[in-house]
Design a protein around this ligand. Structure first.
Ligand code: COI
Length: 369
């Protein structure tokens, strides 16, 4: 890591904190944020933690017109004894740089980003919520700020990290969600930006999401953009199926997001000797397994969604109800184990948990409760 000095300006107007048991997803933000600039010729410079505030951008900034932007999502968890843990945060900053490569954005220093995040959370530690199922969602992102309407990579950027205390992503919480299989719109295609975490992928998903919402479904299941047959992912999650005792998930094919929760679940299943395969899966195959009574469980995985059981797929006007619309046994075990590792109530044989400074432990007593 280059020798950076992270300057800190503390807020003089601390906001009141929401009740932790009332939290939903992504609506409130903490007192501080991290920000750093990139200028061509100078590189990334001026890392600083400042009071949370609006940013001022030229209306011609490229991000507004051509969507040159990337983001990440990870969480900080408060344990019963007042420790704050991150979960595999190095993987998020590494993936941010993969997304940067795809979007022609200069790489960030991953070590600096992690150090900045730790310092930011220590300052806003009282915002890490305490109620069950809550956490501090972390949103690092980069935007292109050069005021220039030519379609070309920007010469200036800002890297920002904001923090938001959250509850469940879905209103259903750990109860199964209903998913509509999308047959008209596609999210992306191999060779597109599907593998990168960039705003455009989510913008292009909104129309299908709106359609699903109107008929009472929480999210859509995307099929491949070429043949409209093979399963890719769900709106904000990777997807897994348990078919006749074996867990299958779509293989990474260039258009699917390489989920960190996805990878953790595959590693956990292998550790438990549960058969798990990454391969191409068609919706026809899922339908046949369903008809044969072999589709035992389905669930999505993601940082925001954690592990979200799927109780029903809507496919060609037919409702495929899985496990009577209830959470499956394996899904529940995965949820309990993963969240146990994240919150420090279960052993972490993989070394995934990263503890914030030991010496800050006593300072967490004022957390949201
Ligand atoms: C996450 O799981 O952190 C995501 O990035 C999903 C988000 C779009 C809500």
């Amino acid at each position: 890591m280059k020798d950076y000095q992270i300057k800190t300006v503390l807020s003089e107007n601390r906001k009141s904190k929401p009740e932790a048991d009332q939290l939903t997803f992504g609506k409130v933000y903490t007192d501080h944020m991290f920000i750093m600039d990139y200028t061509e010729g100078e590189g990334w410079h001026d890392p600083r933690i400042i009071p949370y505030q609006p940013i001022s951008l030229d209306p011609a900034s490229k991000v507004f017109h051509y969507g040159q932007t990337v983001f990440e999502g990870l969480k900080a968890y408060l344990s019963e004894d007042g420790q704050v843990y991150l979960f595999r945060p190095d993987r998020n900053f590494n993936r941010l740089n993969h997304s940067n490569s795809r979007l022609c954005i200069p790489h960030i220093d991953e070590e600096l980003a992690l150090e900045a995040l730790k310092q930011l959370i220590i300052i806003d530690r009282e915002w890490v919520p305490k109620a069950e199922g809550t956490s501090l969602y972390i949103r690092p992102f980069i935007i292109s700020t050069e005021p220039n309407l030519g379609v070309a990579p920007s010469h200036n950027y800002q890297f920002i990290i904001i923090l938001s205390p959250v509850g469940s992503y879905y209103k259903e919480g750990i109860h199964p969600v209903k998913i509509a299989v999308e047959q008209q719109y596609v999210r992306t295609v191999a060779g597109g930006t599907g593998e990168a975490k960039t705003g455009g992928n989510y913008a292009s998903s909104l129309k299908a999401q709106e359609k699903a919402d109107q008929i009472g479904y929480s999210q859509v299941l995307w099929l491949d953009g070429k043949e409209n047959r093979y399963i890719e992912e769900v709106g904000s999650m990777n997807v897994f199926f348990k078919i006749n005792g074996e867990v299958v998930t779509p293989e990474l094919n260039g258009s699917i997001l390489e989920g960190i929760t996805r990878d953790s679940i595959i590693q956990l299943l292998k550790y438990w000797n549960v058969p798990v395969v990454e391969r191409r899966i068609s919706m026809d195959e899922i339908y046949e397994a369903y008809k044969a009574g072999l589709l035992e469980e389905a669930y999505g995985t993601g940082t925001a969604a954690v592990i979200s059981p799927i109780g029903e797929f809507l496919w060609e006007n037919e409702k495929l109800v899985i496990n009577n619309g209830e959470i499956g046994k394996l899904t529940k075990e995965l949820y309990d184990t993963l969240t146990g590792i994240q919150y420090g109530t279960k052993p972490d044989p993989f070394g995934w948990r990263v503890q914030l400074n030991q010496e800050t432990k006593d300072m967490y007593s004022g957390s949201l409760s």
